[in-house]
Design a protein around this ligand. Structure first.
Ligand code: B12
Ligand code: SF4
Length: 460
C-alpha cells in the first residue's frame, strides 16, 4: 500500500494581511493521520506533500504524484481551498487512474456530499482511524461501504467513529516534512527552530463564526505527561527551541496547564513557548505559572472590538474581561496578542468607527484584524445568507482565502470602505503613545515593528 497525503497546491492571498505575515505551519492533521497509518499498517509506504509549505505548484505536484504512484491519496480540504483540492484530485486521477482519492478535514466534514463530486470518498471528522481502516480495506480488496467516518454516496448518512482518546495518538510524523520550512507569524515567535503542537480537540463555546465540524463541541485534551513527552521529542530529536501551541483554547483545563508547567520546570528543557486561549480562561496565578515555565506570549481571541460586537459574535464575555486578561498577562511578564474580527452581521458604521478606541482599551501588545469569514457550517454563514448580507456567491467562498478582504456587507458602506476601516484601525492602534513607547523600550520590539511596517506598507 502506497498512501499519499496532500495539502493541495494553492497560494495564500498575495495581499496577505499583517496578521498572517510570514506565517507557515506544518500540517499537523496530515502528519497525525500519517503517523497513525504507519503504526496500524507498518508495511505501508506513506508520503506527505504539503504543497503550500514546500512551495510546490501544480506542475511540481504532478511530478511528485507520478513518481510516487499512490494506491490511496488523501487530500486536506478547507472551505477556501476546495477548488484547489478538487483540482489536485483530478490531477491524481489523471496520473494514477486506479488510485482511490479521498477528501478529509474541515470542508470534507462540513460538506462531504460536495466533496464526492471530486473525490471517490470523503472522511468526516477526525481522520486517523478511518483513513487507516480505509487503507487496510483497500489493500485487502474488502468492501468499503459501512466504514464509520467514510462518505461514499452523496446524501447517505455517515456514522461517525467514536472520538479518539488524545493520549492514544502517536506523535505527528514530523519526519515526513522539512520542519525548517515553517514558522509562526510575525510577533508569534522569538527563537528558532520553532514549530507548532496541538494538544486538544473540540470546543464547548459557541462563537458564531467558528467552524467546528471536525472535532465538535466536546473538549478532549492530552495529559500533561503526554504533552511533555512530545515537547521533549521536539527538543531532543529535532533540536526545536520554541513551540507555538495552536490549540483553540490551550488553558481550557486549568489543572492540566498548572501540572504541565510544574513538569516543565522540573524537566528543565531549553524551550520557550506561546499559546492561544480565551480571555475568560486565564487568571493571574495561572499566567504567572505559565511565564515561569517558559511561556513568553499569549494570544487571545477577543474578536469583538467592544461589548456590542462581542455580543453579536456570541463570545460569552465582555470587553472588560478582555481588558483584565491582557493586564494580568502583562503583569505576569507575558507579551499579549489580540485577534479581532470586523464586519460581522449586525455591525454598523458606528461599531467599526469605534473599534480602534475599544481595542485601545484592551491594549494588547499586538493586534490582528481579520474580516468575518462565513464558513458553511457556522451561524455566521446562516445569518449573513438569511439577511442578504453575503457579498460573494457560495462558489466564490470555495476559493476565498484572503482574510483581509471583507465578504459580508455592512449596511451603508462598500467593501472597500470596510477594508479601509481595518487599515486605519491598525494605524490608529500602533501610533498611540502607549504602543509607541512599548516598542521604543525594547530593541527586539523595535526590529519586529520595522519588519511589520514593511508588510503593512505592501498591504496598504
Ligand atoms: C494551525 C492552523 C493553520 C496553519 C496550518 C494549516 C495546516 N495545513 O494544518 C496555517 C496557518 C498554515 C493555516 C492555514 C489556513 N487555515 Co487554518 N487552522 C489551523 C488551526 C488553528 C489548527 C489546525 C491543526 O493543526 N489542528 C490539529 C489537527 C490534528 O487537526 P486537523 O488539521 O483538523 O486534521 C484532522 C482532521 O481535520 C482530519 N483531516 C485533515 N486533513 C485530512 C486529510 C485526510 C485525507 C483525512 C483522511 C483527514 C484529514 O484528520 C486530522 C486528524 O484528526 C485550525 C483550528 C482547529 N482547531 O483545527 C485552523 C483552521 C483549520 N484553519 C482554517 C482556515 C480557513 C485556514 C486557511 C484557509 C486560512 C486562509 N485564509 O488562508 C488556510 C489554508 C490551510 C491550508 N490548507 O494550507 C479553518 C478551517 C475552516 C474551514 N471550514 O475551512 C480552521 C478550522 C480555523 C477556523 N475555525 O476557522 N491554518
Ligand atoms: S472561536 Fe475558539 S472559543 Fe470560540 S467556539 Fe471557536 S474554538 Fe471555541
Amino acid at each position: 500500500m502506497k498512501a499519499l497525503l496532500v495539502n493541495p497546491p494553492h497560494t495564500f492571498a498575495p495581499e496577505n494581511p499583517l496578521g498572517n505575515a510570514g506565517l507557515a505551519l506544518p500540517p499537523l492533521g496530515l502528519l497525525s493521520v500519517a503517523a497513525y497509518l504507519r503504526r496500524e499498517m507498518p508495511g505501508a509506504r506513506v508520503k506527505v506533500l504539503d504543497c503550500p509549505g514546500e512551495g510546490l505548484g501544480p506542475a511540481a505536484f504532478e511530478r511528485e504524484v507520478a513518481a510516487f504512484a499512490p494506491d490511496l491519496a488523501g487530500v486536506s480540504v478547507h472551505t477556501g481551498t476546495f477548488s484547489a483540492a478538487a483540482a489536485a484530485a483530478a490531477a491524481i486521477k489523471k496520473i494514477s487512474p486506479g488510485c482511490f482519492t479521498v477528501a478529509g478535514g474541515h470542508h470534507a466534514s462540513a460538506r462531504p456530499a460536495q466533496c464526492l463530486g471530486a473525490f471517490d470518498g470523503a472522511v468526516v471528522g477526525e481522520g486517523e482511524e478511518t483513513f487507516a481502516k480505509l487503507a487496510k480495506r483497500l489493500a485487502a480488496g474488502r468492501e468499503l461501504a459501512g466504514l464509520p467516518g467514510l462518505a461514499l454516496k452523496p446524501g447517505a448518512a455517515v456514522e461517525r467513529p467514536a472520538p479518539l482518546d488524545p493520549d492514544s495518538l502517536p506523535f505527528p510524523a514530523r519526519d515526513l516534512v522539512d520542519l525548517s520550512l515553517y514558522r509562526p507569524s510575525l510577533f508569534g515567535y522569538r527563537r528558532r527552530p520553532v514549530t507548532s503542537m496541538v494538544t486538544s480537540r473540540g470546543c464547548p463555546y459557541t462563537c458564531g463564526f467558528c467552524s467546528k465540524s471536525v472535532f465538535g463541541a466536546a473538549y478532549r485534551a492530552q495529559s500533561p505527561e503526554r504533552v511533555l513527552a512530545e515537547m521533549t521529542e521536539l527538543a531532543e530529536r529535532y533540536g526545536v527551541r520554541e513551540i507555538s501551541f495552536q490549540d483553540d483554547t490551550f488553558t481550557a483545563d486549568r489543572g492540566r496547564i498548572v501540572r504541565l508547567c510544574a513538569l516543565l520546570k522540573k524537566k528543565g528543557l531549553d524551550l520557550t513557548w506561546s499559546c492561544m486561549t480565551r480571555v475568560d480562561l486565564v487568571d493571574p496565578e495561572l499566567l504567572r505559572a505559565m511565564r515561569a515555565a517558559g511561556c513568553f506570549s499569549v494570544a487571545f481571541g477577543v474578536d469583538g472590538a467592544g461589548d456590542a460586537s462581542c455580543g453579536l459574535m456570541g463570545k460569552g464575555f465582555d470587553a472588560a474581561r478582555a481588558k483584565a486578561a491582557v493586564a494580568a498577562a502583562r503583569a505576569a511578564g507575558l507579551e499579549t496578542r489580540a485577534y479581532y474580527i470586523f464586519g460581522y452581521p449586525g455591525e454598523t458604521r458606528a461599531t467599526l468607527a469605534a473599534a480602534p478606541a475599544r481595542m485601545a482599551e484592551v491594549d494588547a501588545d499586538h493586534v490582528f484584524i481579520a474580516f468575518a469569514h462565513p464558513f458553511f457550517d457556522t451561524p455566521l454563514y446562516s445569518e449573513a445568507r438569511a439577511r442578504g448580507l453575503l457579498a460573494v456567491s457560495d462558489e466564490e467562498l470555495l476559493d476565498a482565502r484572503d482574510n483581509a478582504a471583507p465578504l459580508v456587507n455592512v449596511p451603508g458602506m462598500t467593501l472597500k470602505q470596510q477594508a479601509g476601516f481595518a487599515k486605519r484601525a491598525y494605524l490608529r492602534y500602533y501610533l498611540r503613545p502607549a504602543s509607541l513607547a512599548r516598542r521604543l523600550a525594547s530593541p527586539r520590539a523595535l526590529a519586529e515593528s520595522a519588519r511589520a511596517l514593511l508588510y503593512f506598507l505592501r498591504w496598504y
